[in-house]
Design a protein around this ligand. Structure first.
Ligand code: ADP
Ligand code: MG
Length: 617
């Protein structure tokens, strides 16, 4: 922003035509909400510490925004209403490094064209302030006035001279709701600004300048705040911070999702998708998690001049941002204790929902000074592959304490199931049982842990498959006797399409004559004896999945493979196999749900058992 030079000099200039033409043109004022948004942005750009917003009848009859920002001198107060009049940029280069929310110089002009507007403003250094009154774009009054330092813009009778537009406004309560959303966004993007909001005489918001944590508590209440997980990441490209909601508190509608870029509220499908991908299957279909993701980025790396609303932006490196956001969200969730805890008295089914989740551990943001991610135990499978089996150690207590521990090894190939794991591991002292060849039971510090062996292995294989997509060389075991499979014409065509993905996870196959395939190698994860049927199983599962949900082919191959290659309910496991499986499970990025979204782990706490047995200590 330009400096003020002397009290008499204007700081606002009219943008030259060639520059004005480069700025995304279009309607600025569509409804009362846009007026509030533009005026509040002006107050923020003016350095306000306090902003007060007063509306009546959903903003249709009155919108008044007051701030204690820098104010304007008399000349500027008039020029400000001209088209393309702005103090925020002078040249195209300024646009590239833009830090202010405004830059188009159109808001005041557009608002004044369709309403009765009054501007009262004074700079702290000036003795008197200025009053400007404009109706339908015509200046009706310009005078000196007494005023507090800062600016108040009053907008009455919006669209009084454009009946068609006025006609298209929604009910007062709908327009109010839109305005409320705008106020909420500003309150969250700028917690350091005090905000008051009054609608039809009712004070709805009155929050002091504070931190984001406190602002969230102000707006949502302490209890809701405790369902939030802090996120933070700094890279060379950007810094990211904010909060995501624990999945079991997700809502049925898309409210409470905030994405800020350099403190500007934006809408971006790609980042939104990245956040959802980070949640993976922790979210039930149709549920929307809370998120507030704030990205700070060199303005040169992003174009905000895409749309007049300035809510859309274009990143020069969207891919990297996508990956970073996804991994930050996944990491934050993976570090949480999201294991469903069994409450035996209730009829709640933890199978279909996570509503009975218990969050035993103190939320980490309540322990100041502890970096949530330092030493987090979740490491991406691709980087941790190759850890020797000697490193595996079973320490469930640590896994379940919500305290980050040493990173655990990533999934191992299944050969290590049978051998290669240290025998003396058993002396770690934890009893482990298999129940009905289906569930693995083990003692943990807080009670009893129950793992569904099939879905646990499915999760392990799924991540293993995903990481092989990124590895250049697939790992497969050669078949001693290549198998010829006769497929239906449809399956043959499907297999043909999927060959690159199948090869990536370790299948070696050749098309052979009419609808036949020769299988020469299978992924190392494939159990001995199932080589002949696994491919057909995968194709069937793939088709199944295709009907149910939209997955991309690669993900579907990984899911189908993990489902079909995983140990089944009914498979007898040795002690060592159980321990290795559990180690592998907790080395995945998301041990608590299987790739289809079913829970993998359930806990029964000692407290619960004590209660059942009416034991008081
Ligand atoms: P823009 O914000 O894109 O520059 P506007 O039409 O919204 O365009 O505002 C025009 C100019 O008026 C701004 O550049 C700024 O110099 C001045 N202005 C508007 N609102 C305020 C305010 N609340 N306090 C101080 N100056 C303001
Ligand atoms: Mg503006």
């Amino acid at each position: 922003m330009s400096e003020k030079i002397s009290p008499l000099t204007t700081t606002i200039a009219i943008l030259p035509e060639h520059l004005a033409n480069k700025i995304a043109a279009g309607e600025v004022v569509q409804r009362p909400e846009s007026v509030v948004k533009e005026l509040v942005e002006n107050s923020i750009d003016a350095g306000a510490n306090t902003i007060s917003i007063v509306i009546k009848e959903g903003g249709k009859s009155l919108i008044q925004i007051s701030d204690d920002g820098m104010g304007m001198n008399e000349e500027d107060a008039v020029i400000a209403f001209a088209r393309h009049a702005t103090s925020k940029i002078r040249s195209y280069e300024d646009l590239e490094t833009i830090r202010t929310l405004g830059f188009r110089g159109e808001a005041l002009a557009s608002i004044a064209a369709v309403a009765h507007v009054e501007l009262k403003t004074r700079r702290a250094a000036d003795e008197v302030g200025t009053l400007v009154r404009i109706e339908g774009g015509d200046v009706r009054e310009q005078s000196k006035t007494s005023a507090q330092p800062g600016t108040t813009v009053t907008v009455r009778n919006l669209f009084y001279n454009t009946p068609a537009r006025r006609h298209f406004l929604k009910s007062n309560s709908t327009e109010f709701k839109h305005i409320y959303d705008v106020v909420q966004r500003v309150a969250l993007s700028h917690p350091e600004i005090a905000i008051e909001f009054t609608s039809d005489g009712e004070r709805l918001l009155d929050v002091k300048a504070t931190s984001l944590e406190e602002r969230l508590k102000n707006l949502y209440g302490e209890r809701h705040f405790e369902t939030l997980i802090p996120i933070r990441e700094e890279t060379e490209l950007l810094s990211l911070s904010g909060f995501i909601g624990k999945p079991d508190f997700a809502r049925k509608s898309r409210v409470d999702q905030y994405l800020f870029l350099n403190k500007r509220f934006i809408v971006n499908r790609s980042i939104n998708h990245a956040i959802y991908s980070g949640f993976e299957h922790l979210l039930e279909k149709g549920n929307f998690p809370f998120y507030l993701v704030s990205i700070e980025l060199d303005p040169r790396k992003v174009d905000v001049n895409v749309h007049p609303s300035k809510m859309e932006v274009k990143f020069s490196d969207e891919q990297s941002i996508y990956r970073l956001v996804m991994s930050v969200v996944r990491k934050a969730l993976g570090a949480q204790d999201l294991v469903p805890s069994l409450e035996m008295n209730g009829s709640k089914s933890f199978d279909s929902s996570f509503t009975s989740l218990r969050h035993a551990a103190l939320p980490r943001y309540l322990s100041p000074g502890i970096d949530s991610f330092a030493g987090g135990r979740v490491s991406p499978p691709s980087t941790a592959l190759g850890t020797s089996p000697e490193d595996i150690s079973l320490n469930l207590d640590k896994l379940f304490a919500d305290i980050p521990t040493v990173p655990l090894p990533a999934p191992q190939a299944p050969q290590q199931f049978a051998h290669g794991t240290r025998e003396n591991e058993a002396q770690e002292g934890r009893a482990i049982w298999q129940l009905h060849n289906k569930y693995i039971l083990s003692q943990i510090r807080t009670g009893l842990m129950i793992v569904d062996q099939h879905v646990a292995h499915e999760r392990v294989l799924y991540e293993h498959a995903l990481s092989s997509f990124d590895n250049a060389v697939p790992v497969s075991q050669q078949l001693l006797f290549p198998q010829t499979l006769q497929l239906s014409a449809g399956d043959f065509a499907l297999a043909k399409d999927l060959i690159p993905h199948l090869q990536a996870i370790g299948f070696e196959l050749k098309l052979f004559g009419k609808n036949a395939i020769v299988l020469e190698g299978v992924p190392t994860d494939v159990k001995a004896g199932t080589e002949g049927s696994i491919l057909q199983d995968i194709l069937d599962e793939f088709k199944n999945n295709q009907h149910r949900v939209k997955l991309d082919a690669r993900d579907n191959v990984a899911k189908s493979f993990s489902c079909k290659a995983a140990i089944k309910a009914g498979d007898k496991l040795s002690d060592v196999e159980m321990r290795v499986l559990i180690d592998q499970l907790f080395a995945t990025s998301m041990p608590y749900v299987c790739p289809h979204g079913r829970p993998v782990v359930v806990k029964i706490s000692l407290t619960e058992l004590d209660r059942r047995f009416m034991r008081t200590s």
